[in-house]
Design a protein around this ligand. Structure first.
Ligand SMILES: *[C@@H]1O[C@H](CO)[C@@H](O)[C@H](O)[C@H]1NC(C)=O
Ligand SMILES: *[C@@H]1O[C@H](CO)[C@@H](O)[C@H](O)[C@H]1NC(C)=O
Ligand SMILES: *[C@@H]1O[C@H](CO)[C@@H](O)[C@H](O)[C@H]1NC(C)=O
Ligand SMILES: *[C@@H]1O[C@H](CO)[C@@H](O)[C@H](O)[C@H]1NC(C)=O
Ligand SMILES: *[C@@H]1O[C@H](CO)[C@@H](O)[C@H](O)[C@H]1NC(C)=O
Length: 437
């Protein structure tokens, strides 16, 4: 508006400057004054309206400013604080806006404490009290009889019965065998094989269980009977429960081993005790201690007494012939040496197998001959065979059932052009144990 007013004034002054002379051609002074007054009026009207508009604008801006500072408070706080679901329960409804409602439910076995429903109020707080879920105490009604102790669990309970009582609510007297047993060691001594069961009672059912090693047998669910693992797993597919003997115990079992053996670390096998290494033997100083499976032997080597020759002990297990008088043929034909060896083996050892080898250190003649001496018994169980030029083997030909002691003699003969240069006897004694472990 202002620019157009200025233009108007300028046009007016131009008009008068370009036509300064000849008053007749130019408008009269009166006419000009009237025109100017009209323009003045117009200008002041414009000024008033302009100022008014400015004031209105200012007012509007102020209003907007003040409302802008107040608005956010109202906008963010139109909801109530968030409510969490109670432990062991749940919340229904998510809205936190004013006027909305949330509801609470508790899981089975719990009861609701506080408000079931809460409303978001104008004050932006929730109505009612805080909600929680409390475990229902099934023991409140003292359901266990005869001095039983009630154990409250979630939506169920169980009874720990006093002496002599059994059953879900301790309503059943126990068989007399049990009553006489006052504690576990007494029970074990009496060969206890009954125990009370432990029952859990819910609204729908009663479920009784036993301690490990016991089971409910028959109709009476209040009594647990010991499981005889030894009988149950006798010849089980997974192998024998115990290598030797199984002993049933209240609630379990244990393995046992015969004398001379210790239970192995796995609890089911048997391990031979080495009495010779542990001084659990009574062998004297001049005796050798030979450990066998399940026992030991105290042995002393005495050199043989045979006609025409005498022997001297050269070690604990060896005797050598004393030099023969010249031309004493009987003496020179007697064995040059006797050596003694002891083997400990388990019963029913698989056969055939090499039990012992006899070897010459050096060969003086041109041949060595190996043969088995000894009676019928030796021949029943053994043979002797050559494995190379200087070695003979004593073979077990069939399994032996222990306990048994077998003896065999291996003769090694040194020959030259069929003449005998020397004979050497090796005596082998085999101690076969009673058990095959
Ligand atoms: C508005 O809400 C904020 C956080 O949400 C809170 O700190 C403030 O106190 C509330 N104001 C009122 C008036 O409730
Ligand atoms: C259990 O019995 C054993 C042997 O009879 C006895 O020594 C022990 O004191 C008893 N224990 C209890 C708790 O009665
Ligand atoms: C065998 O067992 C007994 C008792 O368990 C123990 O005293 C002994 O030292 C054991 N012997 C061997 C050789 O392990
Ligand atoms: C060792 O003791 C056993 C009995 O424990 C006995 O039969 C045996 O004769 C004894 N042996 C020796 C050499 O004393
Ligand atoms: C001896 O061993 C064989 C084969 O291992 C077995 O079949 C047999 O039953 C065993 N005999 C005895 C008496 O243990």
């Amino acid at each position: 508006m202002l620019p157009s007013a200025a233009l108007f004034t300028m046009m007016l002054s131009c008009f008068c400057l370009h036509h300064p002379v000849g008053g007749q051609d130019c408008a009269s002074r009166q006419e000009i004054q009237v025109s100017l007054k009209q323009v003045q009026k117009l200008l002041s009207a414009h000024e008033t309206s302009y100022l008014q508009t400015l004031r209105n604008l200012n007012k509007k801006i102020n209003l907007m400013q003040s409302s802008a500072t107040k608005l956010p408070d109202r906008a963010t706080n139109s909801t109530c604080p968030k409510l969490e679901a109670p432990a062991n329960g749940k919340k229904l409804g998510r809205s936190q806006s004013v006027g909305h409602e949330v509801h609470f439910l508790c899981h089975a076995g719990y009861e609701l404490v506080g408000s079931e429903s809460r409303v978001c109020q104008e004050s932006l707080t929730w109505s009612g009290q805080q909600t929680s879920c409390r475990d229902i105490n099934e023991c409140a009604s003292s359901p266990c009889l005869n001095g039983g102790t009630c154990v409250d669990e979630v939506s169920q309970f169980s009874c720990v019965c006093g002496k002599g009582w059994s059953g879900p609510t301790c309503q059943t007297p126990l068989p007399t065998v049990f009553i006489t047993m006052t504690n576990m060691s007494d029970a074990a001594a009496a060969g206890s094989h009954v125990r009370p069961s432990r029952c859990t009672i819910t609204q729908r059912a009663t479920h009784c269980t036993c301690e490990p090693g016991y089971t409910i047998s028959g109709r009476d669910s209040s009594v647990c009977t010991d499981i005889d693992e030894c009988k149950l797993f006798h010849n089980g597919q997974a192998g024998r429960l115990c290598l030797h003997a199984c002993v049933n115990t209240p609630g379990g079992y244990r393995c046992s081993c015969p004398a001379g053996y210790n239970l192995s670390r796995d609890g089911r096998g048997c391990k031979d005790i080495d009495e010779c290494a542990t001084r659990q033997n009574n062998c004297t100083k001049d005796q050798m201690c030979v450990n066998t499976h399940g026992g030991f032997q105290c042995l002393r080597v005495d050199c043989p007494k045979i006609p025409h020759a005498t022997y001297v002990k050269t070690s604990l297990i060896r005797c050598e012939r004393n030099p023969c008088p010249v031309d004493n043929r009987a003496c020179s034909q007697a064995p040059n040496s006797f050596s003694y060896h002891y083997l400990a083996v388990v019963s029913n050892l698989s056969a055939p197998r090499v039990m012992f080898t006899v070897s010459a250190l050096r060969l003086i003649g041109d041949t060595l001959r190996f043969s088995l001496l000894g009676g019928q018994q030796a021949r029943r169980h053994f043979t002797v065979q050559r494995s190379d030029r200087v070695t003979g083997e004593l073979m077990l030909v069939r399994p032996v059932q222990g306990p048994a002691t077998l003896e065999a003699e291996v003769e090694m003969t040194e020959l030259e052009r069929r003449g005998q240069l020397g004979r050497y006897i090796t005596k082998v004694t085999m101690f076969v144990s009673q058990y095959d472990f």
